[in-house]
Design a protein around this ligand. Structure first.
Ligand code: THU
Length: 161
């Protein structure tokens, strides 16, 4: 028996003005996109904005449903839009932000498990890493160089015939 270890590195910034201008722009756009969320059930609005390899910006916001499991995360909406609009075109960087009723948005949130799986599939499809920027309206900001780092031992298409 041997024990192996999984580690990854990511950048932590204290404030948005420490980011490169194009990264700050994307995170601000993600925060703006929370206004397009439909989240009457959780009252937790998530926005996402990504820069495609061709420089186009694509956005998403969570879209909930009275039948709760039918709701879609912001990242999921964004990935579907990107894949359907520019099939096969890689995403360079994807920013996620949020705001909610009566809660502070002062720290980063991270994609849910299903969105990590979808990010992984998008990376495989486009053969390109997706860099993530995660942050609220204040507080620390994380930059993760490759979304796959959040999905160790992922189930991927490589298993399938
Ligand atoms: N949500 C997202 O849109 N993205 C995330 O990364 C985490 C959660 C949404 C799903 C649901 O509409 C609400 O936030 C509360 O879970």
């Amino acid at each position: 028996m041997k024990t192996t270890e999984y580690r990854f590195s990511y950048e932590v910034y204290d404030a948005i003005d420490e980011l490169a201008p194009e990264d700050a722009l994307l995170l601000r756009r993600a925060l703006q996109m929370t206004q397009n969320a439909w989240a009457p059930y959780s009252r937790f609005r998530v926005g996402a904005a990504a820069r495609m390899q061709n420089g186009e910006i694509v956005t998403g916001a969570n879209q909930e449903n009275a039948a709760y499991p039918a709701g879609l995360c912001a990242e999921s909406v964004l990935l579907s839009t990107a894949g359907a609009t520019w099939p096969g075109l890689p995403i360079d960087t994807l920013a996620v932000s949020y705001e909610g009723d009566n809660i502070p948005n002062d720290h980063p949130i991270s994609p849910c498990g299903i969105c990590r799986q979808r990010l992984q599939e998008f990376e495989t499809r486009t053969q390109h890493p997706i860099r993530l920027i995660l942050g609220g309206s204040t507080g620390k900001i994380y930059i993760i160089p490759d979304a796959n780092l959040l999905m160790p031992l992922a189930f991927t298409a490589n298993e399938l015939p």
